[in-house]
Design a protein around this ligand. Structure first.
Ligand code: ADP
Ligand code: MG
Length: 343
């Protein structure tokens, strides 16, 4: 069943406002911490995971909190990037055909990837790497592959062939298969970033990582965060505004990474069934408690398209979405209708 916002949503906002008020009060009455660490606001931008990441945080020692949050993103990138030869994911790819021992977090995100692969009937598939390499996304040199190359590369895209050995924490992928966590790792990093900020007593924060956004608590003025969804065709325009408290909002669009050849736009969200960029929708936004879930689902729904995408979203609990089709029409999930301001 789909979560209905409405009255329940406002109740959640109220509860969060009260809770964050209590936290603020606690900090202000703890005189030693106030004297040593007054509440400050810090905003920093860094380029990590191939995107500009902005973190704004309010709390005692907010600068340290933000630095630690960035360090966490850097750590996640070093583990999951297939471009860094020493990453755990690169190791699995380099040793395709053999069992490779991985850390619990790699195992866990791999299992999440497999879960979303099943849930989306294969629209989301983290074994898409061999096809992504052909298109050159991530490497900087883009080209349209020919049919033969694509047919060849697509043979290795099949999540059901990834073997996992839970007991020994090992993974084995078939030779030729290339794991690519590009559709989920950024969301995962944003979730951990949020956790680090909270551990550092941040009261209010926003993390924005190229389409993956998470907020902590409410804004400094006590109001919910208001997050804009970018217009997929007019980069300076906002399509809609959503009010958020302690949630994440993730958008996948065909405008994020693409090249144009002979008037055709080729973007980086690939339909595993064809090996070509998915067509039909141009932007998918997911609102969820976890950005890793939102990230996987935004990519999955993009590939599934409007009809199947709608159906999937409406049967998931706690997940809301905005899907923009190629005519520019925006579909809003039933639980979000009262909470969104379409511009
Ligand atoms: P962004 O990284 O711009 O936020 P997405 O979350 O939609 O965008 O992820 C796109 C990335 O996911 C691609 O660059 C590629 O690494 C990977 N990817 C592309 N198609 C798929 C797919 N069908 N399933 C899983 N991952 C995919
Ligand atoms: Mg994604």
């Amino acid at each position: 069943m789909n979560i209905k916002f409405g009255r329940r949503f406002f109740l959640i906002i109220l509860v969060v406002m009260v809770v964050s008020g209590i936290i603020t009060l606690h900090l202000r009455t703890d005189s030693s911490s106030v004297a040593d660490n007054p509440v400050t606001s810090t905003t920093m931008t860094r380029f990590l995971m191939d995107t500009a990441i902005v973190i704004k945080a309010v709390g005692p020692d907010s600068e340290n909190a933000v630095n630690e949050a960035f360090a966490e993103i850097e750590r996640v990138e070093a583990v999951f990037s297939r471009h860094l030869p020493d990453s755990q994911v690169a190791k699995i790819n380099q040793h395709a055909g053999e069992w490779v021992a991985v850390s619990p977090e790699v195992f866990e995100l791999l299992q999440k990837g497999i879960y979303y692969g099943r849930l989306s009937g294969g629209a989301f598939d983290i074994t898409i790497g061999s096809v992504i390499e052909l298109w050159g996304f991530g490497s900087g040199i883009n080209r349209v592959p020919d049919e033969d190359e694509l047919r060849q590369a697509r043979q290795y895209v099949d999540i059901s062939k990834v073997e996992i050995d839970e007991e020994r924490g090992r993974v084995r992928i078939p030779q030729g298969t290339v794991l690519d966590f590009g559709g989920i790792a950024k969301g995962y990093a944003v979730d951990l970033c949020k956790q680090v900020l909270k551990e550092n007593r941040v009261i209010s924060a926003m993390i924005s990582a190229g389409g993956d956004i998470a907020v902590v608590g409410v804004k400094e003025n006590g109001n919910p965060w208001r997050v804009g969804i970018q217009h997929p065709r007019i980069s300076t325009d906002i399509l809609a505004v959503v009010s958020l408290v302690d949630q994440t909002i993730v958008t996948s669009g065909d405008y994020e990474r693409f090249f144009i050849e002979e008037g055709v736009r080729f973007h980086h969200i690939i339909d595993p069934a064809t090996g070509f960029p998915a067509r039909g929708v141009i932007s998918v936004t997911i609102i969820a408690d976890s950005a890793a879930d939102g990230d996987a689902l935004s990519t999955a729904v993009f590939v599934l398209g409007l009809d199947q995408g709608k159906e999937l979203i409406e049967r998931l609990d706690g997940i809301e979405a905005v899907i923009v089709d190629e005519d520019g029409d925006a579909w809003v999930s039933s639980g979000l209708k009262d909470e969104i301001e379409l511009l």
